[in-house]
Design a protein. Sequence first.
Length: 138
Amino acid sequence: MASEAFEEIAEDFEFLDEWEDRYRHVIELGKAMAPLDEALKVPATKVHGCVSQVWLISDIRDGHFHFRGDSDAMIVRGLIAILGALYNGLTPDEVLAVDAPAELARLGLDQHLSAQRSNGLRSMVERIRKLAAQAAAA
């Protein structure tokens, strides 16, 4: 149930043989993201459970879920970009139906991130699911 944008990332990862190249690609994805306005980096938007500073905000446009985020760590910014590709443009119910661990495992992230980064990624997925659930209930 992955989006076309996420499928493109998965194809890029298949093309890149070495994890170091994949790691660089994740960082490049993060660099390509627009930074979050400093005014949005408040306790209410901060994701807890991440070693790095991470902020996520969301909104619903025409019934579709969209989120943006930022981090003080480039690799984490890249992970936010990957999650954006996975979730942005879906309905809130579709967001809740995504099997994020399975989709992210296709990229090998489950095998190559440190335990702390993996925990942070899970925290970001939980926050996104919470935001989508709130939107679905509204």
